[in-house]
Design a protein around this ligand. Structure first.
Ligand SMILES: Cc1ncc(COP(=O)(O)O)c(C=O)c1O
Length: 396
């Protein structure tokens, strides 16, 4: 090789984007650095601090010198706690080796896709979808095949999936509750998709990051709990959203025997496990989990309802979503229908940060994502700023 020539980056990165949400965040940072007040609705994390008993459990682990290498798939105490939780709370029948501890939901999803995807495989996913999923699929040189959710719900989910299924289809990515819409698939819909997966011999990667953040109606049905599904489903959980632990980077995957070795191998050769004291904190979080979540749910609900009211008075049409952290309304007539342009107007002219819906797939175009998991003051101030720009713009 001649001097000055360099090998190119691996081809697998050709079809991988780098979070567009980060671009919004960077612009927000610029405005903040310039001393501007920004009404921040672009994020995606719980508004409250991590629970004190969880922090104390990490402190205890450090004072007990629990600071050495742990088994790469997780300390036995945490794996046992996970097993108990997924069997009783989620109803997933699984063997003792099923849980693997990972560095947050993201590593679990990465390991799950890595376990299943060969180049050229196709993945069915409902759209709008959480942005990184398409990048994870692209990284593995596989193909994301989008199934528009609203139309599929009218048509019947199985029939909509059948239309997009080819001999290359390997799996369904299933995300309920959904980011960005906050929708939850019903039990009947979940059963229909499970039956489809069984009939067609497909695997399912079920992303249940928001399992605990459901504010009304029936709880989430874990697709892996349905008959014959635990054998073909890798379920990905995270402590980030349930227990306000986004920065701890702790999650877990539950996998059937046939996929366990691959998942464990990915974890072994990427991070060699999760920090040992963090795992001890995880034992406390999962043991006391339902307590924390119950305490916070009312706070989420009231934030959601206040932001919905604020958006409605600024001319948005929106019904409160049943779950997760987000509102995903259509842009009102006084904003451009192009979601990137709409988000830009709100940020530049009213210092309101949102995420353009196009980031979540073509079905998200014409929408904006607002997180309601922010302080009460942010909601009050943001709603006022929205009302002001709505009346100024409508009167132009
Ligand atoms: C649908 C969905 N899955 C998984 C994750 C990953 O969560 P973690 O922060 O634990 O990596 C997120 C985070 O925003 C999410 O929205």
């Amino acid at each position: 090789m001649s001097e000055g020539a360099f090998p190119p980056t691996a081809r697998r990165f050709e079809s991988v984007g780098f979070s567009e949400i980060v671009k919004v965040r960077n612009r927000v940072m610029e405005l903040l650095a310039a001393g501007q007040k920004v009404w921040r609705f672009e994020g995606g994390e719980p508004w409250m601090d991590s629970p004190e008993p969880v922090k104390a459990a990490m402190g205890d682990a450090l004072s007990r010198n629990q600071t050495r290498y742990a088994p790469s798939s997780g300390i036995p105490e945490l794996r046992r706690t996970i097993l108990e939780k997924v069997r009783t709370r989620n109803g997933i029948p699984c063997d003792d080796e099923a849980p693997v501890v990972v560095n947050g939901g993201m590593q679990g999803l990465f390991a799950a896709f890595s376990t299943l995807l060969d180049p050229g495989d196709e993945v069915l996913l409902f759209s709008p979808y959480w942005t990184p999923i398409v990048d994870l699929i692209g990284y593995h040189k596989a193909q994301a095949v989008l199934v528009p959710t609203a139309a599929a719900r009218r048509q019947g989910l199985a029939s909509a999936l059948a239309e997009k299924t080819t001999p290359r289809t390997k799996l369904i990515y299933w995300n309920s509750p959904n980011n960005p819409t906050g929708d939850v698939f019903s039990r009947a819909e979940t059963e229909e998709v499970a039956e489809f997966a069984r009939e067609r011999g497909l695997a399912v990667i079920s992303d249940e990051a928001y399992e605990d953040l459901v504010y009304e109606g029936e709880p989430v049905v874990a697709i892996g709990s349905l008959p014959g599904m635990s054998e073909r489903t890798i379920t990905c959980y995270t402590l980030s959203k349930s227990y306000s632990m986004t920065g701890w980077r702790l999650g877990y995957v539950v996998a059937p025997a046939r996929y366990q070795k691959a998942i464990k191998t990915v974890v072994l050769y990427t991070t060699n496990g999760v920090s040992t004291p963090t795992q001890w904190a995880g034992v406390e979080a999962l043991t006391r989990g339902t307590e924390f979540v119950a305490e916070w749910r009312a706070g989420y609900r009231s934030r959601r309802d206040r932001l919905v009211a604020g958006l409605k008075s600024a001319g948005f049409e929106i019904e409160p979503p049943r779950a997760a952290l987000y509102l995903f309304p259509r842009t009102p007539s006084w904003l451009p229908s192009d979601s990137r342009a709409a988000a830009r107007v709100l940020l530049d002219e009213a210092k309101i940060a949102t995420v353009p819906g196009i980031v979540f797939g073509p079905e998200g175009e014409g929408h904006l994502r607002f997180s309601f998991s922010v302080s009460e003051d942010m909601i009050a101030g943001g709603a006022e700023a929205l009302a002001a720009i709505a009346s100024a713009t409508s009167g132009r």
